[in-house]
Design a protein around this ligand. Structure first.
Ligand code: ZN
Length: 254
């Protein structure tokens, strides 16, 4: 079977610390319903998922076989495990993975394996290298590398949501003079005119979104936390924002 696969790229050749992580192109047949053949449109995003399958053997190759099954009703672009990557769709075609039509129309989907007989942390590092490569290939900035949750609210990637800002920092391209955070509020977080829970609402941030924080003020406490981060046109409670660990700004903490 492997003879029919083409090695698209050897990431390890560019990033020596990774070792050789091959990308096998093993596309879903055009005759499958889960490969609609529609071109991606609008602004390009990269959407990150966990497979939510901890079974032994549920690696990238197994998922490549799964998405090629004619009865499978989901699809995405890449699956990454601890030693290899499979590509299932061209990066200019729509897949069915984000849970919303906007997410599917605009984003390239990456699934990170969590099979119990694999090394999850290595799979995560491999996925970060893949994201970095795709950011360059597709001209996607770090601010548009997003979670499945940010589109549809689903608890995915379930094993990375709590440390999403750190995941993004690990991709590289981060600027330590800037402060970023991930919104943890279920259902989203209000942005208010002033650092005060009764101040007028001037905007909202989706749960799971990754935002740049411009400063920190002290205001009315929310669940015991009286810090508010300056975001966009107003302030959002620090209680609902996980701050990234990559900043050297002293105020960049909850
Ligand atoms: Zn997902």
């Amino acid at each position: 079977m492997f003879k029919s696969f083409t090695i698209l790229a050897l990431l390890g050749a560019l990033h020596g610390s990774l070792g050789l992580v091959p990308i096998y192109v093993d596309l879903i047949p055009m005759s499958n319903a889960n490969r609609p053949g529609t071109a991606l449109s609008g602004t390009r995003y990269i959407t990150v998922h966990n497979t939510a399958n901890t079974s032994p053997g549920a690696n990238a190759r197994a998922h490549a076989n799964y998405v090629k099954n004619p009865t499978t009703d989901v699809s995405w672009h890449f699956t990454v495990d601890d030693h290899e990557i499979y590509q299932h769709l061209p990066t200019n075609e729509v897949g069915w993975h984000a849970g919303t039509s906007a997410g599917n129309a605009q984003s390239v989907g990456i699934e990170i394996c969590e099979n119990s007989d694999g090394n999850f942390n290595t799979a995560v590092r491999n996925s970060q290298e893949l994201v970095a490569k795709l950011m360059g290939d597709l001209n996607v900035p770090l601010s548009r590398v997003v979670t499945h949750q940010s589109w549809s609210g689903k608890n995915c990637p379930s094993r990375l949501l709590g440390t999403w800002a750190d995941y993004l920092n690990g991709i590289g391209g981060g600027d330590p003079s800037k402060c970023y955070g991930t919104v943890t509020a279920s259902g989203g977080l209000n942005v208010r005119q002033l650092p005060d829970a009764s101040s007028p609402i001037v905007g909202a941030l989706a749960e799971g979104s990754y935002v740049q924080l411009m400063g920190r003020a002290t205001g009315t406490p929310v669940s015991g936390n009286s810090y508010w981060f300056q975001v966009g046109a107003g302030y959002a409670s620090a209680y609902y924002i996980n701050v990234s660990s990559g900043s050297n700004q002293l105020w960049c903490t909850n």
